[in-house]
Design a protein around this ligand. Sequence first.
Ligand code: UDP
Ligand code: MG
Length: 311
Amino acid sequence: MVNLSIVVPCYNEEEVLPETVKRLGMLLGGLAENGKISDSSKVYFVDDGSRDRTWSLIEDFAEKQAFVKGIKLSRNHGHQNALLAGLLTAPGDVLISIDADLQDDLAAIEAMLDAHGEGADVVYGVRKRRDADTFFKRATAEAYYRLLAMLSVDVVFNHADYRLMSRRVIDALSQYDEVNVFLRGIIPQLGFRTSTVYYDRGERFAGETKYRLRNMLSLAWNGVTSFSAAPLRLITGLGFLVSFASFGVTLWVAFVRIFTEAAIPGWASTVVPIYFLGGIQLLATGVIGEYLAKIYMETKRRPRFIIEKTR
Ligand code: UDP
Ligand code: MG
């Protein structure tokens, strides 16, 4: 029987936490009763440096209820890092990550476990619709998923961080020691057998979003720069374009100078270098960028391959 650990990152979640503990407790109880998970399954609450009573609540619940465990981070490290801390610390054969705010339908957990039983190592929870989100969030999120797809970053459309991972997947994940974690990009890179479970996303049970626009932008930027060197390549492309155009301009200037009377003295020698140097500079920046991209990828020390099993 699988030993399940649910990982819940919490940042200033005192308003929702009691309800979350209650519902997760009921869920675990029910699943254990039906023989889907072992009754030593746990929930790991990761306190991401909350400024409110979140941690003392977690401590209280952990004292009273055997299924509650707590991990406290030294300060606010951000959602992705809190999640990673939980995933790499919690034991268990199967780990499921979910937000503290009960926006993601808990019923999907049983479906995830079933998919895992059928052999999937990663099960993505994907939102059927996003009508609980504001128009702004929906529009920016969709545009962003499209952008990532365009830059050929492999992400699952409309999937946030609600997912099941087997121990094998967690072991593979632990080999990624990059500093800027974007789990939504890393997990699809790991490979393994994957499956998808669809669910409806609700409103936050209580409290307000902990993801300010700044966090969203930083997550979005991380997603692009951690998985794609395309922006750097764009500079190189631009450099080529300008250099090429400046070559054309040079020909034109030379033509005007030699074959017409329209050229003002000193004009050609001023105009040509402007175009030419601009192009060369961009090109040089682009080439430096290319190497920077290589060094950048290397310093991440990502594993080159991952062995799924041996015999
Ligand atoms: N969270 C966190 N650290 C942060 C910000 C958020 O651990 O710095 C947690 C938060 O407690 C919640 C989850 O990440 O469990 C998602 O945050 P939220 O629900 O506020 O984001 P939204 O659903 O609005 O995108
Ligand atoms: Mg939320």
